[in-house]
Design a protein around this ligand. Structure first.
Ligand SMILES: [Zn+2]
Length: 492
C-alpha cells in the first residue's frame, strides 16, 4: 500500500507534541503497563526479526522464509498455528484463547520488485534489479507479531477472556491476499481488526483508500517474418497498443478521481519477428467500487475491440480487486488514545545525520525531522490515493489502522528511501510505536464489549444495511505466480 506523505494530507491541524503518559487503569481493570514493559524488553529482538525479513525481501506469495520466521515466533510464544489458509501457502492464522470477543491483528511481509537498497542514505541496490521492502511490510508483520505476543501474555496474566488472532497476510502488493481470506470466511467470526502501516508520521489512518481492480491482458497473434511475409502475421503487440490507445481516449469520459495505469509486461522479442505473444498489465482505481467496476468493464471492451481490429485474441487474468478502506471512528478514537499514550520518538545524532543526507536525494520533499516525536490529531474520511486489500476486511469487520514513523519525514512509500530507513534503527523504533499501540488497543477492546458493539453498529451504518460482500475475483484461486519472473535469481 502507498500512503500519502505527511505534507499531502489535507484538513489536518498542526501536529502537537504528545508526551508518553503513564497507564491509568480504571479501578478493577487490569493494568496494561506490563504490555509496554514487555515490548521494551524485546525491542532488540524484534529489530533483529524485522531486519532478517528485510534481508529476505520476498515478493508476494513467495514469502516462504518471512512467514516461517513469524510463525516460529508465535509458536514459541504459545500460539496455535494454522498455516496455508485460504489457498495461500504463506498465509497463516495464529490463535490464543477461546470465546468472544475475537480480535485479530493483521501482519504483512511481502516486498516489492525492483527496490533493492542497502540501509544507507544514498542509492545503493544490494541486488541489481532485486526486490526490497519499499512499503515496510517487514516491519508491519514483525510489529503485529510482537503486539500479539505481548497481548497474549497480558491476557494470560490477567485471566482475560476472548480469542486473540494474529493473521499473517501475504501478497498485499497487487496480489489481493486478504481478499481470498475474506471471501473464504476467515473473518466471519472476528469482532474487530487492528492493524497499522509504516509511514513518515505517527497518526491514525482515517482516510478512505481507493478501490482497485487489476489484471493482465495477454494477446495472441500469428508470428511471421516482419519483412519477408508481414501479411501472414498478426501482431499481438498491435493488440496491446491499440487497446492502450483506446483506454487513453477513455480518460476524458470517466468520473473525476479515476486512475488508470498500465505497463507492457511483454512486447515481443525481436523487431524482425511479428510478435505472436504480448501482454499488458492494468490497474483501475477510484474511491467508489461501483465506478471501478464500470470503468474496468470499459477497459475490457477496449481489449475486445483491439483484438477484433488487429486480428488477434486475448485472455484476461485478474490479479487483484480490492475495496476502498472503510474507516471506523469508534475504533479510531480508541487507537488515537493509545497512540498518544505511547508517544513518538526522537532521533539520535546518528539517525539525524542519516535522515539529513537522505532528505537531500533528488525529488525528495523534506518534512521536519521532529515529526517522528509528534502524534497527529485524528481525522476521518479524507480521500486517499492508494489502495490496500485491508479495504475488503474493513467492509466486513470494524477495522482500525495506525501509521507509525518508520521512514525519514517526507519519504514516499514504494521508494528506495523507504527501504533504506526501514533497514535501520528508524524503522525498528517506529515499528515499536506501532506494536505498543496495537497491543494497548487490543487490551482496551478485550475489556470493552460496548465499544465493539458501537464499532459494529457504525460499520453497518457506513456500508448500508443491505450491503453484501462480493468480489469480482469470484471463485478463482489466488494468483500464486503473479510475481513470477519479477525478481532476479540472486534475490531468491
Ligand atoms: Zn504497504
Amino acid at each position: 500500500m502507498k500512503f500519502l506523505t505527511a505534507s499531502a494530507l489535507c484538513c489536518v491541524l498542526a501536529a502537537q507534541p504528545v508526551q508518553a503518559q503513564k497507564a491509568k487503569a480504571p479501578s478493577g481493570a487490569p493494568n496494561t503497563s506490563a504490555i509496554l514493559t514487555a515490548l521494551d524488553a524485546k525491542a532488540d529482538h524484534y529489530a533483529d526479526v524485522a531486519k532478517q525479513i528485510w534481508g529476505f525481501a520476498e515478493v508476494g506469495y513467495m514469502e516462504v522464509k518471512s512467514t516461517a520466521l513469524l510463525q516460529s515466533e508465535l509458536k514459541g510464544a504459545g500460539f496455535t498455528i494454522m498455516a496455508g489458509v485460504a489457498g495461500e501457502p504463506t498465509a497463516f492464522v495464529a490463535e490464543y484463547g477461546s470465546g468472544k470477543p475475537v480480535i485479530a491483528l493483521l501482519g504483512e511481509f511481502d516486498a516489492l520488485p525492483g527496490l533493492s537498497q542497502d540501509a544507507t542514505p544514498l542509492r545503493n541496490p544490494l541486488v541489481a534489479g532485486g526486490a526490497g521492502h519499499g512499503c515496510g511490510h517487514h516491519l508491519f508483520g514483525t510489529a503485529s507479531t510482537a503486539a500479539a505476543i505481548a497481548l497474549k501474555s497480558w491476557m494470560q496474566a490477567n485471566h482475560v477472556k476472548g480469542t486473540l488472532r494474529m493473521i499473517g497476510t501475504p501478497a498485499e502488493e497487487g496480489g489481493s491476499g486478504k481478499v481470498y481470506m475474506v471471501r473464504d470466511g476467515l473473518f466471519n467470526d472476528v469482532d474487530a481488526v487492528i492493524a497499522w502501516h509504516p509511514g513518515d508520521e505517527n497518526s491514525i489512518i482515517g482516510e478512505r483508500t481507493m478501490a482497485n481492480i487489476s489484471g493482465k491482458f495477454r494477446f495472441k497473434g500469428v508470428a511471421a517474418h516482419a519483412a519477408m511475409s508481414p501479411e501472414r502475421g498478426r501482431s499481438a503487440l498491435d493488440g496491446v497498443e491499440v487497446m492502450n490507445v483506446m483506454t487513453n481516449y477513455l480518460r476524458e469520459h470517466i468520473p473525476d478521481g479515476t486512475r488508470i495505469h498500465y505497463v507492457i509486461t511483454d512486447g515481443g522479442r525481436a523487431p524482425n519477428v511479428v510478435p505472436d505473444d504480448a501482454e499488458v498489465y492494468y490497474y483501475v482505481r477510484h474511491v467508489d467500487m461501483e465506478v471501478v467496476n464500470d470503468v474496468w468493464s470499459r477497459v475490457v471492451n477496449a481489449a475486445k475491440g483491439a483484438a477484433m481490429g488487429t486480428g488477434t485474441s486475448y485472455e484476461l487474468a485478474l490479479t487483484g480487486s480490492v475495496y476502498s478502506l472503510l474507516p471506523n471512528e469508534t475504533l479510531a478514537k480508541v487507537q488515537q488514545k493509545m497512540l498518544e499514550r505511547v508517544g513518538g520518538y526522537s532521533m539520535t545524532p546518528t539517525e539525524r545525520a542519516f535522515a539529513e543526507l537522505l532528505q537531500q536525494s533528488p525529488q525528495f520533499t523534506p518534512q521536519p525531522l521532529a515529526n517522528t516525536a509528534l502524534i497527529k490529531p485524528l481525522t476521518i474520511g479524507a480521500a486517499g490515493s492508494a489502495s490496500t486489500d485491508v479495504g475488503d476486511v474493513s467492509w466486513v469487520v470494524p477495522t482500525v489502522q495506525l501509521s507509525a514513523a518508520t521512514w525519514v519525514p517526507g519519504t514516499a512509500a514504494h521508494s528506495w528511501q523507504a527501504v533504506a530507513a526501514g533497514g535501520m534503527s528508524l524503522g525498528s523504533k517506529g515499528m515499536m510505536v506501532a506494536a505498543k499501540t496495537m497491543a494497548l488497543t487490543g487490551a482496551e477492546l478485550f475489556q470493552s464489549p460496548a465499544t465493539i458493539a458501537t464499532a459494529k453498529a457504525e460499520l453497518v451504518t457506513r456500508r448500508g444495511a443491505d450491503f453484501t460482500y462480493r468480489t469480482v475475483l469470484g471463485t478463482q484461486k489466488p494468483p500464486l505466480d503473479y510475481r513470477k519472473g519479477s525478481v532476479p535469481a540472486a534475490n531468491k
